[in-house]
Design a binder for this molecule. Structure first.
Ligand SMILES: Cc1cc2nc3c(=O)[nH]c(=O)nc-3n(C[C@H](O)[C@H](O)[C@H](O)COP(=O)(O)OP(=O)(O)OC[C@H]3O[C@@H](n4cnc5c(N)ncnc54)[C@H](O)[C@@H]3O)c2cc1C
Length: 276
């Protein structure tokens, strides 16, 4: 099926993109890497959208340091996240997550902003930004606002971003010496969306766990985190099973996904020297 769109415009700057979205009268749709949007349009999930192409806005691309925070532009592609030495040093979780996403062709076009705005519950980055305690920067007609990752993901493909807002950057507390970042997932084949996955950040004896493929949204696993911080590894696995509400579908049942989550968490704890 061919996509049915209402129009296309290429934005030269964030203010220009915002004005194009405003003129689109509620049917404006941001086009970044196109790796989820174009597939959805081809499937006829929506029609008549006015596409606002932001890929030419160079200021939204790449990573920089701002004090003790890493700033990643929303248009930074998965391939660049995997290769950028600044990201490898200050947010190794994202550098480890990027190669798990799909295949080279998709990683060469897909962007971190697109992935977070799309909010697929099986995607890697949303769980990573929860584990990293990141902040998302949104710019809209009323100005700029910052939203904690914890408050951003509201449901299945649903976020706190208003239709007329653009996700412009992700702010991440830089990794400190001694921090550990680990991401592990179970997928049928390399490059497939994960059946279950966990992203973990350990800092000064405290743990943050982001889960993907295990609910209708990425989940910060508060119950398991509390047990882990208390050194109760068995309690942490039991708590994880309650933190998540996995779907059953043609790929796997909810109980199998829950089992996988426990196996992954125990393996990560063992890798960090905190379980056998
Ligand atoms: C075959 C295949 C396999 C895949 N496998 C995986 C996988 O294993 N793991 C994974 O995480 N992803 C996977 N993906 C998705 C891929 O990571 C996409 O790149 C990503 O979901 C969307 O990023 P994009 O830049 O392509 O966004 P687009 O497709 O351009 O946009 C996606 C949505 O986000 C909105 N949007 C985009 N950028 C912004 C912004 N800056 N501000 C506000 N809204 C914005 C768009 O309007 C649209 O609604 C796969 C995709 C394909 C085609």
């Amino acid at each position: 099926m061919k996509a049915s769109i209402g129009g296309y415009a290429r934005a030269e700057s964030v203010p220009h993109a915002l004005s194009l979205l405003g003129e689109a009268d509620g049917v404006g749709r941001i086009l970044a890497g196109g790796q989820s949007l174009i597939a959805a349009l081809n499937l006829g999930v929506s029609a008549g959208d006015m596409l606002v192409d932001i890929t030419g806005i160079e200021t939204l691309r790449g990573a920089t340091l701002d004090g003790d925070r890493l700033v990643i532009g929303a248009l930074t592609r998965h391939g660049d996240i995997a290769r950028d030495p600044l990201i490898a040093e200050h947010a190794p979780l994202l550098a480890a997550a990027a190669p798990l996403i799909a295949h080279d062709a998709i990683r060469n076009r897909g962007t971190i902003g697109g992935s977070l705005a799309h909010a697929d519950p099986a995607a890697e980055y949303p769980a990573c930004v929860l584990a990293l305690d990141a902040t998302l920067v949104l710019e809209g007609p009323a100005g700029r606002r910052e939203v904690a990752a914890e408050d951003f993901f509201l449901g299945l493909f649903e976020t706190a971003r208003a239709d007329e807002e653009i996700l412009t950057a992700i702010l991440i507390p830089c990794a400190r010496p001694g921090d550990r970042h680990v991401i592990r997932e179970a997928a049928r084949r390399a490059g497939d969306y994960a059946l279950a996955g966990l992203a973990v950040v350990r800092r000064e004896g405290r743990h943050r766990i982001g889960a993907f493929g295990l609910d209708d949204r990425p989940v910060l696993c508060a119950g398991a985190m509390a047990k882990w911080d208390a050194g109760d590894v068995d309690g942490m696995i039991a708590a994880l099973a309650k933190d998540i509400d996995p779907p059953s579908d043609t790929q796997a049942s909810a109980s199998y996904r829950r089992h996988l989550a426990g196996v992954l968490l125990r393996r990560i704890a063992a890798e960090l020297g905190e379980a056998q």
